[in-house]
Design a protein around this ligand. Sequence first.
Ligand code: RAT
Ligand code: ZN
Length: 416
Amino acid sequence: MISDKQIMRILVDRAIEETPVLDMHTHIYTPCFGDLLLYGVDELITYHYLIAETFRYTGMPYARYWAMSKKEQADFIYQTLFIEHTPVSESCRGVLTVLRKLGAPVGGSLNSIRDYLKRFSREEFVDKVFELSHVDRAVMTNDPFDEQEHAVWRSGYVADRRFVPALRLDGLLVYFEKNVDTLVRRGYRVSRALDETTFAELRRFLEDEIGRMGAVYMAVSLPDTFRYPDDSVATRIIDECVLPVATRLNIPFALMIGVKRQVNPGLLLAGDAVGKTAIESIERLCADNPRTKFLATLLSRENQHELCVMARKFRNLLIFGCWWFLNNPSIIDEMTRMRLELLGTSMVPQHSDARVLDQLIYKWTHSRSIIAAVLKDKYADLMDTGWPLREEEIRRDAGLLLGGAFEAFLKLRFEE
Ligand code: RAT
Ligand code: ZN
């Protein structure tokens, strides 16, 4: 006879499998952005996570790698990580999951894989990836200071319901000085002096960009050394511009904190590391701005428990994802358990951070199975209490965890 718990486990797998994902942070783009949308096996293999892993096994000068064509780089990484070594790391396994799901010859030569993938047109490939990953919508990272991207927003942008815009603020909060001239060229009366006119113009800039894009949140990635408040440009622009605009438009301000930029510049994008940050910055922001909504993800494993506790204290804080170096099965498992135990379903267990379209497939295949495994354990404990767990509850939870909690947060309005 099949037990209640066995039935529950089948229902959980089914619910997690069948629930479409709203992926709240990626680096992929609507097809109208042209070559900003990365896809295909050469991009997949030259993902910066794999570049860092490749250099573990070679004495080759970094510059020689960067001088190669994309195809040569992919050949080199494939040879190093998949042929000369066993591809057991999470990033390597990810490539293989993508290939398997696409029906490509896993274990074959890279050329045979390239040949296989030629059967898809770009358009077919985009459809195929969304179908295989069962992602309904993916939130982009839209940098208003990227000239190539900006040109498309000004003309040629074609909305695609699967891609949701989000306004990235690194250019304002981290690299303000560098971008003053661009802002002036675009007709904003700003100056490095950070006077009242500049703040008013920056608010106008933010509202223009959010309006043009239809951005659902503003976001910034910050170093582990970030402190709020302090006497930095970032604090001043956050106080005078970002918070008022976020509150007025009722859209969240997403903080992604903990990157140690360029500890090894030779690796370029793969050269960033991690550092623990001071949770007090988030505490202050949430406590002082109860009507403003914050999203947060921290890069250091050491910050995860206190971040959960912070979310228990502030309803205007929604924590999300297992970011970058945390996106490994053992850590996702641990973080998802802790978050469910401390926050129930009022959190977003995962985002993909996909830089290459194809990565939606593996990031969600791998994460779905961990989320399902954790849920099964939690439900088994719940059933032991005598709680009559129903299938509707399982489906409701799957919906919340795979995007519903984020969507509900977007709609929330905090009145004081
Ligand atoms: O995960 C990544 O690919 C990083 O390089 C970053 O892009 C990070 O996710 C970010 O959004 O800053
Ligand atoms: Zn990212």
